[in-house]
Design a protein around this ligand. Structure first.
Ligand SMILES: [Zn+2]
Ligand SMILES: [Zn+2]
Length: 271
């Protein structure tokens, strides 16, 4: 079996939001505490692939006891998915080897611009030695929509419309990870239907529509059409109280669909 662990299921601010006095942000319910969205896939050969380097990455990896990684996939270049990049330093200290980081052309360009000391090392340091605590050892690989072998395992990427740039949707064996998109193009819906998913992890920002994200009505419509065995809602804002959302799903007669919880793992089979 393959395993995916949700490191964070919160929107870009995280939940609670700093300074917010709303009921969800003030609640003691642990399932309302959400780190920024990211996840780790553990393959049957025990290799691990990180999906996104959120600004909470260090705390997320400590909490889930993840002490090794073999590759990273970046879904898109927004801050809530990339600003934990520097937390990947210790993996290089240990192995002395670079981790491959997969991103599409637009995200790769932005990563080089935002983190030149990591991804454009030669130009950044020129003749100067790297002093101090060292830098993350990461090897940026540009990928695109379509099939891609990662660590010898089959992955398929989809370009999903988000803001000004696209997000990479991920299909791995019988699991799909679809975050930060305002819609799922028909060709992707069709492919995900064919894949007969065990698990669909999908954006569900809030109850009402948003310019760049899926909201409940739309998320549930895609789940109904894609028809996975289990659907997990992620990238959730402070509009969602965990238990209220469970009740809302029950009221609508929605089956096998649950809000994500930080730190929870889910199994899925190979195709
Ligand atoms: Zn996001
Ligand atoms: Zn709040």
């Amino acid at each position: 079996m393959n395993k995916i662990t949700i490191l964070g299921c919160g929107t870009s601010t995280g939940v609670p939001i700093l300074g917010c006095k709303c009921q969800v942000c003030q609640s003691n319910e642990s399932r309302n505490k959400r780190f920024r969205t990211s996840a780790v896939i553990e393959l049957p050969d025990k290799k691990r692939i990180l999906i996104d380097a959120s600004p909470d990455l260090r705390s997320q990896l400590l909490k889930t006891d993840i002490d090794s990684l073999d590759a990273v996939i970046i879904t898109h270049d927004h801050a809530d998915h990339t600003h934990g990049m520097d937390d990947l330093r210790p993996f290089g200290f240990k192995s002395g080897k670079s981790l491959p980081v997969y991103a599409d052309a637009s995200a790769a360009k932005d990563l080089r611009r935002k983190f030149p000391y990591i991804f454009d090392r030669e130009n950044y340091f020129k003749e100067k030695a790297i002093l101090g605590g060292g830098i993350p050892l990461l090897d940026l690989q540009t990928t695109q929509e379509g099939f891609q072998l990662i660590l010898g395992h089959p992955f398929e990427f989809f370009s999903l419309p988000h803001g000004h740039e696209d997000t990479l949707g991920i299909l791995h064996e019988k699991m799909a990870y679809i975050v930060d998109c305002r819609e799922i193009p028909e060709r992707c819906v069709k492919r995900l239907q064919e894949a007969q998913l065990d698990l669909l992890i999908i954006d569900c920002l809030r109850p009402h529509p948003h310019q760049t994200h899926l909201h409940l009505e739309l998320t549930l419509e895609y789940i109904r059409r894609i028809n996975p065995k289990t659907a997990i809602l992620t990238h959730m804002g402070h509009e969602w109280d965990y238990l209220n959302l469970i009740h809302e799903l029950e009221k609508r007669g929605v089956k096998n669909t649950f809000p994500a919880i930080d730190g929870c793992s889910y199994l899925y089979s190979s195709s």
